[in-house]
Design a protein around this ligand. Structure first.
Ligand code: IPE
Ligand code: IPE
Ligand code: MG
Length: 229
């Protein structure tokens, strides 16, 4: 890849259900394929030396789906995290999580914690998985965690109380499968992110798709409200 690479990419992995439907298969089949895609894209991001990638895995709104689908997804998350230790080692990947883990089934929360601990010494790409994550929920939790003090709460106070204050804001937010909305993803952190929308369903995403997004990003002029001469 030539040109300027983002420091942090955040991806709304969308379209698993539609991908399965196109094949007359259950939605779970699409989620399984989506998982393979996540590995493919993580490998590529890590190979490019991009320090941070956040993947939207399960939103605070996704509990509205049928219990069968929610249970399938929770099971997939738990077994995948445990199975992939070799993959994290090979790529020197550190895994972290955003979201309210206190509301997750116990075995899911335990798998998250174990994976975070296991990979904490790795120095390559940080893969931050957003699970039971909602941007509004994150903000509410952050504000409630701040100590009561005289005077006003500042933007820095809030930023420091978010799930991962040490991870820089995303430079590029990608959404797949044609939808053009944020669906409650990183609403604070993505305030100045470049947005990239792709019609390609997540299970069909390849390294080439990501390279196209990165090429597009490299052409953008980021002004942050200022003027670039
Ligand atoms: C994204 O794919 C994965 C999750 C939200 C867990 P969807 O399941 O939303 O797929 P579509 O949008 O129905 O095609
Ligand atoms: C957003 O996708 C959440 C994840 C990708 C985890 P959804 O498919 O849930 O979003 P909406 O319902 O189309 O906004
Ligand atoms: Mg969707």
């Amino acid at each position: 890849m030539d040109g300027r690479l983002p420091n942090h990419i955040a991806i709304i992995m969308d379209g698993n259900g539609r991908w399965a439907k196109q094949r007359n298969r259950p939605r779970s089949f699409g989620h399984l394929e989506g998982l393979k895609t996540a590995k493919r894209i993580i490998s590529h991001v890590s190979g490019l030396g991009i320090p941070f990638v956040t993947l939207y895995v399960f939103s605070t709104e996704n509990w509205k789906r049928p219990l069968q689908e929610v249970s399938y997804l929770m099971g997939l998350i738990t077994s995948y995290l445990k199975k992939e230790y070799q993959f994290y080692d090979e790529h020197d990947i550190r895994v972290t999580f955003s979201g309210d883990t206190t509301e997750l089934p116990e075995e899911v929360a335990a798998a998250l914690k174990e994976t975070e601990d296991y990979t904490s010494g790795h120095g390559g790409t940080t893969v931050n998985l957003a699970i039971n994550y909602g941007g509004r929920d994150e903000l509410v939790r952050a504000v409630n965690s701040l100590p009561l003090k005289d005077g006003r709460i500042t933007a820095d106070d809030i930023a420091s109380a978010l799930d991962h204050p040490e991870i820089p804001d995303p430079d590029l937010v990608i959404r797949t499968a044609g939808e053009r909305r944020l669906s409650n993803f990183l609403i604070w952190e993505a305030a100045y992110a470049e947005l990239y929308f792709s019609p390609v369903l997540w299970p069909d995403w390849t390294a080439a798709e990501l390279d196209t997004a990165l090429g597009d990003y490299a052409e953008r002029t980021r002004r942050f409200g200022g003027i670039v001469s």
